[in-house]
Unconditional design. Sequence first.
Length: 370
Amino acid sequence: MTAVEPAAARRPGASQPPSRLPSLTGLRFVAAFLVFGFHVHIEQFVGDGPVRTGMQWLFGQGAVGVSFFFILSGFVLTWSARSGDTARRFWWRRVARIYPDHVATWVVAMALALIGGAGVAASVWLPNLLLLQAWSPDIDVFFGLNTVSWSLACEIFFYAMWPALFVVLRRLPARALWPGTALMLGLVWIVPVIAQALPADDRYWFIWVFPVTRLPEFIAGMLLARIVRESRWPTVFGMGPAMALAAAAYLASQWLPGDFRMVAGTVAPLALLVAATAHADVTGARSPWRGRTAIRLGEISYAFYLVHQLVLRLVVHVFGVGHGLLAGVGAAVLALVLALAASWLLYERVENPANRFLLRRGPTRAKTKD
């Protein structure tokens, strides 16, 4: 199966869109930081009071940063599709990108569990290592070891589907792109409705963790990538309005019923934010996420996402939770500094070297026949 660029990129006389979208790289860290803040909040670093109430407002919905990543993944992979590529080469690149950091943090999580005296059954550590844990409705499995890696299990499923999905995408007529995007975003709202037929204990898994129900977010990102690439994005809806809409949805979604709060309440604004940010890079519009610091933080955001909860566990183990204002904020800041340092080391010493090593030894154009 061969993956090629969307037709608009090959249209005679059409200007070639930029291959890199730096603002989306910078915005990645914002999403990762929201997830970090969410975990600081639920760990209760600060005891009850006005500060904790403020934390609820700021980070109570921070987990939706994962939804941003799923949409972004579909968008970026479609945007950067290579002419003449094959499924085999695509899958190898994704393995080289995802697995080194995952394996490194899996080892750390296993070591922390064993040092802490907790036994880890093969039914937990093996699916977590292989990134299959999200297919199990057992919370001890899908949240086992490094909890956040459940989302990588979804990503691996998306990658497996991407070559086939891309073949369908590139054959869609242009008039179907916006209706297709609306359909995908609408399916996200239908998922909590379907979940009502499930036992209460399985609804959270079905809505939040199950790879199949998270796939529409990824496909919406793919469709939006083609919309922006083919200059079908409404220029009046720039990054400023998109950021305002996403922020409003983020704050307001906490009042939705619980099953709709997890994904549905923010999915459309987040999808529009991804597309509007990419459009800003394409057109050269001003962006707060294109600076050197923002891009650097975005580059280490994947490593930060994977290490931050392990760091939080360590800080909680040493300092405890439920502190007053100064101690609680101090512990959270310490966790942030340690997580940033650990993510930089992971990025520089594991992610980049391993990625280069694997890509040198992976399938090449000369070797690959598929």
